[in-house]
Design a protein around this ligand. Structure first.
Ligand code: ADP
Ligand code: MG
Length: 745
């Protein structure tokens, strides 16, 4: 079905402009251009607040010039306004300071000395370019400019600039916002009064939304604040409706899937296990257990997310679910994000089960099973055994990394897949494991210590049921955290090492975590401490993050009499294993490690963690790391070391981590400081997201309403045959990255 929206831009704009849109923004059709919404609006006569800018943004701002200077780059001679023409062929830099009335922004122009006479103090202008940081000052690098009160304009220009609100588009130097604005005006003017709307009429009426034609006009050329709000509301709803329609369709498919019911069996392995548990289950653990058993008993696959604070005891819950499946003659797979963690899980489960995991062995219990381990670095023989055990069904539980996902790995009867620390696992990988059990889909339990707000879970995971463990097991010690500003207070860093020594003196152990390994020759020679600043082009290069190797060298002197060892991802598997075992056995005092220890590692005697260059880690990651201490009766201590100055924004993040151990609170802070794409986990892709205006964090009401409408639509017309425009936009969303995961799970 062809509509006006599918027409090529080159039918409306010059061939050159159309090509620039295609090259720079991958925009080729009328519809794509019209859905390139303004990022902000400039109210006539107002300046854009600079404090909303973020480094890396392609931003358009309006500001008033405060100061302008120019100098020759070679001779460093200051250029005077009268001399500008003399320098027109020289390498020059013109620096302009503009203000929004409160904050300043620095602009750097190369080889444009004449700007000295154009951008005189008091001039108001639009500037656009990439936001960068240079010596702690925000800059726009080589920006484009448009002087606002310029004379000699065409009538169309005068009209354009006289509008009460000017749209500011996500733009680049090659495609300034003014060009986008002009092009959109041309395209809009040529559009029919009525265009096909993907949002069905009945939904527009129910939700009191603007129709598409009206909304496009108002989003691009608003006359009032209300126009902007109404139009954005409509497009947000549309985005939510598309996602929720996809999810509703998937729910319909899932409801049709079948799974082998695995009801709880009395007097079997699970009961044996429960009887020998060395502790009482917490109330939460018991409750979640019941929820899971109920799910497992149904003839449809379970899709459950188990979220619980670090240390809340998710492993036991998962193990009980796995045993229940084994009791039904099925198998369970536990997928871990790293090798270290897989090995650790295998050990923990084996220990917890004791002789219940010694099937066929001397001394094994009567009703026993076997736990297999399958990771990438097993030798050929162990690998063969593990694969045989999985394929024959001898192993009731198989623990592994992504190696479990390989095609060669077969299961006799895979009934349950447990995914630990979901944020490290792609949806495709989960799907690959699901594919291993023939026409019956396995039950799936996803565990995470990073709590996910309800709307995000609803959007990203479609319809996972969510269980939450809120209590920590009794007897857990509190963790005390502090930020150590190493540059401002070098003495505090000294004190930190003294604390480590004291803790070891009391018989405890410590982790020192670094953001980088640093075992390659080049980086091993990194200068320490100082920022490497280069003036050219206004680039600031921060020094590389501190490495395990550097810290190891330094601590060899400071903690010379302690048993200090290192652990990182590039050590051979046996060595990693050996180091972890020695640490667990108390034969190592201080372990200098990368984030390989981030999740799951459980050594209750470890009391202290020093995180170096803590600002290089995300909030959730710091919280996760910190969860490695305070796991036993020993109170935990976490020191967040940073070179940042107190008062900077990133320092504030560290302060937040230090001031609360509430993972839900921290997750909220973390998500709020990220961009939408990151929330959905697709930031790195660079592909276009189908969410442009909708915020899965803020727009809960819209998402709920859209879900309601989508469920109704799909309920009566699952194939959307009555809603061709909606179907078309759903299809195109499915091709974009944001929703790619939705197709698979
Ligand atoms: P996480 O939820 O972070 O994965 P774990 O499952 O690793 O936490 O549990 C952390 C520690 O708490 C483990 O040593 C585990 O044996 C212990 N644990 C779990 N449940 C309880 C309980 N109900 N009472 C006491 N200790 C428990
Ligand atoms: Mg865990």
């Amino acid at each position: 079905m062809k509509t006006d929206m599918d027409r090529k831009l080159r039918d409306f704009l010059g061939a050159k402009t159309a090509k620039t849109f295609a090259d720079v923004l991958e925009i080729e059709t009328v519809g794509e251009l019209l859905r390139h919404y303004p990022r902000r609006y400039l109210k006539k006569g107002e300046l854009t607040p600079f404090d909303e800018l973020e480094v890396g943004d392609q931003a358009t701002v309006s500001g008033r010039v405060k100061k302008v200077t120019a100098r020759a780059l070679d001779t460093k001679v200051e250029i005077r306004p009268d001399d500008v023409y003399k320098f027109r062929k020289k390498r020059t830099i013109t620096k302009v300071v503009v203000t929004d009335g409160r904050n300043d922004l620095e602009l750097a122009f190369f080889n444009q000395p004449w700007l000295l006479t154009k951008l005189t103090p008091g001039t108001a202008a639009l500037f656009w370019g990439e936001v960068t940081m240079f010596r702690d000052i925000m800059q726009l690098k080589g920006p484009g400019t448009e002087i606002l009160d310029e004379e000699d304009l065409t009538e169309a220009e005068i009209e354009r600039r006289a509008r009460p609100f000017r749209p500011l588009y996500p733009a680049t130097a090659k495609l300034p916002t003014a060009t986008i604005e002009r092009s959109i005006k041309i395209v809009l003017d040529s559009l029919d009064d009525r265009v096909d709307d993907p949002v069905p009429d009945v939904v527009l009426r129910n939700e009191k939304l603007l129709g598409l034609r009206d909304a496009l006009q108002k989003v691009h050329l608003p006359d009032t604040e209300k126009d902007i709000n109404d139009a954005q509301q409509r497009f947000r709803f549309e985005e939510a409706l598309v996602m929720q329609t996809i999810l509703a369709q998937r729910r319909a498919v899932m409801d049709a899937q079948s799974a082998v019911p695995r009801p709880r069996q009395a007097g079997a392995l699970l009961d044996d296990f429960d009887q020998r548990l060395p502790f009482e289950l917490t109330e939460g653990q018991a409750e979640v257990g019941e929820e899971i058993f109920a799910d497992l008993a149904r003839p449809h696959p379970m899709h459950r997310l188990l979220q619980g604070e670090v240390g809340s005891g998710k492993t036991v819950v998962a193990l009980r679910a796995m045993l229940s499946v084994v009791d039904n003659g099925g198998q369970a797979a536990l997928l871990a994000p790293t090798e270290v963690l897989a090995v650790q899980h295998h050990k923990t489960l084996t220990k917890m089960l004791g002789d219940l995991a010694e099937q066929g062995m001397l001394g094994g219990a009567e009703r026993a099973t076997k736990i297999g381990l399958l990771t990438g670095s097993l030798n050929a023989a162990s690998r063969r055994t593990a694969m045989l055990d999985a394929a024959s069904g001898a192993a009731g539980i198989v623990v592994g990394t992504h190696a479990l996902l390989e095609d060669k790995v077969q299961f006799a009867d895979l009934g349950l897949v447990v995914v630990d620390e979901q944020h490290r696992f792609g949806v495709e990988q989960r799907a690959a494991l699901s594919a291993k059990s023939g026409e019956n889909t396995p039950h799936v339990l996803v565990m995470t210590a990073t709590p996910i707000p309800r709307t995000v879970a609803m959007t990203v995971f479609g319809d996972l049921a969510v269980s939450t463990l809120t209590q920590l097991p009794a007897g857990r010690s509190p963790i005390q955290s502090s930020v150590v500003p190493a540059k401002e207070r070098p003495d505090w860093l000294q004190r930190a090492w003294a604390r480590v020594r004291e803790e070891v003196g009391k018989g405890h152990q410590a982790y020192v975590v670094c953001p980088r390994i640093g075992d390659d020759v080049k980086n091993a020679k990194d200068e320490e401490g100082e920022l490497l600043e280069t003036d050219e082009g206004g680039k600031k290069q921060a020094r590389p993050p501190i490495s395990v190797m550097q810290v190891s060298e330094a601590l060899a002197e400071i903690l010379y009499d302690l048993r200090v060892e290192i652990l990182h991802g590039r050590l051979p598997a046996e060595e990693k294993d050996a180091v972890m075992s020695r640490f667990a056995a108390g034969d190592i005092d201080v372990l200098i490690a990368t984030t390989v220890i981030e999740v799951g590692v459980d050594v209750p005697n470890a009391s202290t963690m020093v995180i170096m260059d803590a600002d290089r880690f995300g909030i959730s990651q710091l919280h996760q790391l910190r969860g490695r201490v305070g796991r036993g009766k020993v109170p935990g201590l976490c020191l967040l070391v940073t070179d940042l100055w107190a008062g900077s924004r990133s320092y504030g993040r560290l302060d937040a981590v230090a001031s609360t151990t509430d993972g839900f609170e921290l997750s909220r802070i973390d998500l709020e400081t990220r961009r939408e794409g990151d929330v959905l986990g697709v930031a790195q892709s660079g592909r276009r997201s189908s969410l442009k205006l909708l915020s899965v964090l803020r727009d809960e009401d819209i998402i709920l309403a859209a879900r309601h409408e989508a469920t109704r639509i799909v309920g009566v017309d699952p194939a959307l045959s009555e809603f061709p425009e909606l179907l078309a936009i759903v299809r195109s969303a499915l091709q974009s990255e944001t929703t790619e995961y939705l197709e698979k799970t």
